[in-house]
Design a protein around this ligand. Sequence first.
Ligand SMILES: *Cc1c(COP(=O)(O)O)cnc(C)c1O
Length: 374
Amino acid sequence: MQKTAGQTAVPFLDLGPAHAPLKEAVLEEIAELLDSGAFTNGPAVARFEDAFAAYCGVDHCVGVASGLDALRLGLLAIGLEPGDEVVVPAATFVATLEAVTQAGGVPVVADVSESDYCLDAAAAAAAAGSRTRVLMPVHLYGQMADMRALAPLAEQRGLAVFEDACQAHGAQRDGLRAGSAGEAAAFSFYPGKNLGAAGDAGGFVTSDGDAASRVRALREHGQTAKYVHAHEGWTARLDTIQALVLSHKLPLLDGWNDERRVAAAFYEDGLDGVGDLRLPPVGAGSPVWHLYVVRTADPAALALFLRERGIGTGRHYPEPVHLTDAYAHLGYRRGDFPVAEALSSECLSLPIFPGIAEAQLAAVVDGVRSYFDG
Ligand SMILES: *Cc1c(COP(=O)(O)O)cnc(C)c1O
């Protein structure tokens, strides 16, 4: 990160302010763990699982090794059979599709809505066919998908709704909470997520006890009891050190999400009506601003301009999933999902994280305004 004299450097993401007050307590617990030797599926893992299930308002959380594992094992646990179709949005991180294919399913892509950048209910209805078993909305950038609009489709066609809540810890909409708005949900605790570990981690949440038991078995070699292997499984447990870190961070999550809301409001005040900039749709409910994504005709030029002023940015995501080489075999073409494609070519993510200073937010607003004012 370059810093020019007299200007405030703003990294795209800085986890330092959030972690500083936790460090001592976490290190102490890691020392205790080394003494206790309860390295896998011990009490620390159960303690976090219980707390996170309660936070989401569901009966069960099964800790796993990543968000992808939560999605992938979760799909198997809710009964996905080889060749079953899963409707996924065109605007998402690639892991949403990886989970479907790795669970033996077929991703069927549908466009997102301009009003929230999440799976559009009409597009999902058009995409769903006779082999479709699951709708997998993604709560993109921390904004919940319109779960109420998807519910009638799920009901009429007998589809399960499995939330990809990897960007939406704590988000709410229409009285529903991310993680408890469908049959099941998957969270990632990748360090940069709203609730992040000190490494990779994930959680599968549900109130369906059978599905929870199946993920519990699948994360550990398909074991239903010691050396009883009902199915083939994996090594995909939640790491104990990550569970300790997450237990310390969970009580702070709502406060951190509020700080993200304050930052988003600052950007909205400072950037509304500037140049050709389109601010994020404030869809509905209470988004948790995992990312603050603006749109402009040439995001790379704006990114470069900001970088020269010491301001970091990101692109989420520069290529829509259906146009990546990895999913070329699905046979989609440019033009198939115009809303997601336009979002990809125009998106730029501005810095947002708990503890971002007002001077940093002001520097971003100044930088963006200068770019457009010339
Ligand atoms: C981060 C993320 C994932 C995957 O999480 P990992 O922990 O990196 O495996 C899945 N879906 C979405 C939408 C994500 O943002």
